[in-house]
Design a protein around this ligand. Structure first.
Ligand code: FES
Ligand code: FE2
Length: 454
């Protein structure tokens, strides 16, 4: 085991404390790029974004820019978006269709399969001394697709995507596998910058249901018609007269495994969230029998869950937002938010989903702004010397973890707990302090075993 920066001094999962330097320290961040983002399965794109040969999408793995390309044989490949000549960013478009990529600096040209094909003035300048076969783009060595989502991993020794997901796949299916033919991205991608560390956003979507009644208190008031606030606004949903389940603290489950996390409440009706358009509720009700057949009732009804696949892919069931928290230094992230809909949904429903997605969780979304305001303000406090050394408390629900017997998989706890946050930071620490995947997995398993056996 190699703890380069003595990272263990920052995280004490057994006592439920964290040193907030992990959110603000440049050295820790640099190690994260190598050990977390250099070895994890990272979301690249949705298959629906690149149906034809030559379709491409540019994104990031950690801070490394990458191009994801549909190949002529229908497969997908991804490459570091860096020209091999002198390092210029090769492709500057967000997405498109092409037969080749030409570097804007000196004009080296690459094929869809990453090979260097064209070198301007090759004979005159290199005099037959350039071996083009050695100067192709750097390929992302591991690529895998799970139900339409394309993932890449820089580490050839990493476990398979399925192993890495573990029981998280069960939770993910509730978002991606509701209907025959899966999902697609609708509309464009919202991209914006938030001045906070990536772990605040990822961990909150992984674990933090506790903030919702308080942080989103004003939204709850507006969305909930009661005699006191009736005049303040009407619910957007169809027939939604109940307070949102997350405001009532009804029974729910928090899941944690391998750094992934998820939380949801049990609901009785397949209606959409109160901020989603009425036609969406109608659609969810009409298609419920098919969804229940495919997924069972818990996942079929689970329309208010929040989730993070470690490290930086999060989504919200029902609101249909899927987002990546791209890290941009220790103090900043770039959020990329995609609206995901069942492919089989009628276009009016897709449109309604797109609008409600923007209204609630776009860059100016009324719930989105509540969340990011907190992260930005915490990050500002961490400029202080004393503030950086003061322990954070992650003790909620400690000792009450369990494996359930009702078919809901994984290590679980009551929804209002920090089991998934502790699991997130445990996996973070296991990756930051381990040389090999065997070590990482051994440590994580040990931790999960200890939790339920005292
Ligand atoms: S840096 Fe790309 S051609 Fe020179
Ligand atoms: Fe929130």
């Amino acid at each position: 085991m190699d703890d380069k920066l003595n990272v263990r001094r920052f995280v004490d999962i057994h006592n439920g404390t964290l040193k907030p330097a992990i959110y603000a320290d440049q050295e820790i961040y640099d190690l994260e790029l190598e050990r977390i983002f250099g070895r994890s399965w990272l979301f690249l794109a949705h298959e629906s974004q690149m149906p034809k040969a030559g379709d491409f999408f540019t994104t990031y793995m950690g801070e490394d820019p990458v191009i994801v390309i549909r190949q002529k044989d229908g497969s997908i490949a991804a490459f570091l978006n860096q020209c091999r000549h002198r390092g210029m960013k090769l492709c500057h478009s967000d997405s498109g269709n092409t037969r080749a990529f030409t570097c804007p600096y000196h004009g080296w040209g690459y094929g869809l399969e990453g090979g260097l094909a064209v070198v301007p003035l090759e004979q005159e300048a290199y005099r037959k001394n350039l071996d083009k076969s050695k100067w192709g783009l750097i390929r992302v060595p591991r690529l895998a697709i799970y139900k339409g989502l394309i993932f890449g991993n820089w580490d050839e020794t990493a476990p398979s995507l399925e192993e890495y997901l573990g029981d998280m796949a069960w939770y993910m299916d509730g978002f991606l596998d509701r209907r025959e033919n899966g999902t697609e991205v609708v509309g464009g991608i919202h991209k914006w910058v938030i001045d906070c560390n990536w772990k605040f956003a990822a961990e909150q979507f992984c674990s933090d249901q506790y903030h919702a009644p308080y942080t989103h208190g004003s939204a709850i008031q507006v969305l909930t018609p009661t005699p006191e606030n009736k005049s303040e606004g009407k619910p957007l949903g169809d027939g939604q007269t109940q307070r949102p389940a997350w405001a009532n603290g009804l029974g729910g489950v928090q899941f944690s495994e391998n750094g992934h996390g998820s939380a949801f409440f049990f609901t009785e009706k397949p209606d959409a969230n109160v901020w989603v358009g009425g036609e969406v509720s109608e659609y969810f009700r009409e298609t419920y029998p098919e969804v229940e057949r495919r997924l069972g009732s818990v996942r079929g009804l689970r329309l208010a869950g929040h989730n993070t696949m470690f490290p930086t892919l999060s989504w919200l069931n029902g609101t249909q937002t899927l987002r990546v928290w791209h890290p941009k230094g220790p103090n900043q992230i770039e959020v990329w938010a995609f609206c995901i809909a069942d492919k089989a949904a009628p276009s009016a429903v897709k449109e309604a989903l797109q609008l409600s997605h923007a209204r609630a969780f776009g860059p100016a979304g009324f719930l989105e702004q509540d969340d990011s305001e907190n992260w930005v303000e915490v990050q500002k406090v961490l400029r202080g010397y004393k503030a950086k050394q003061t322990d954070f408390c992650v003790q909620m629900g400690r000792g009450f973890e369990e494996y359930r017997k009702d078919g809901i998989p994984g290590l679980t706890n009551y929804t209002f707990s920090e089991t998934a946050a502790r699991g997130f930071y445990q996996r973070w620490m296991d990756m930051m302090t381990s040389e090999t995947w065997d070590e990482i997995e051994g440590q994580t398993k040990e931790y999960q075993k200890e939790l339920v056996h005292g």
